[in-house]
Design a protein around this ligand. Structure first.
Ligand SMILES: [Zn+2]
Length: 110
């Protein structure tokens, strides 16, 4: 997969206007894999690229990471208020990830 990653990155450099479906087909990489690289912030896009992934919290299109800047702020503040230590917040965030995903699927289903 690492080779594919470099292929994809090169392809995006050469074709900044390609959408995620085109990138997937041209490089024979599943869209899911491309999205994972975006979440890991290994791929980045110009502001006018059509490629984006939904914020895990509100669904707004973002270019990298997991949350839009608004939600990142909001979540950061919430965690800071709820937990006194950074370490504890990190631990709880990971533990609740599964619940959060189900919550979002539920929201989208309605
Ligand atoms: Zn958001």
């Amino acid at each position: 997969m690492e080779e594919k990653f470099y292929l994809v990155r090169q392809y995006i450099d050469d074709n900044p206007g390609a959408d995620i479906g085109e990138v997937s087909e041209a490089n024979e990489v599943p869209i899911k894999q491309i999205e994972r690289w975006i979440r890991e912030e290994r791929l980045s896009f110009t502001a006018d690229s059509p490629i984006g992934i939904p914020c895990e919290w509100c669904g707004k299109t973002i270019k990298s990471g997991r949350y839009c800047s608004e939600c990142a702020d909001k979540l950061g503040n919430t965690l800071k208020n709820l937990y006194s230590s950074e370490e504890e917040a990190e631990h709880t965030k990971q533990k609740s990830k599964g619940n959060k995903m189900r919550y979002i699927e539920h929201e989208m289903g309605n």
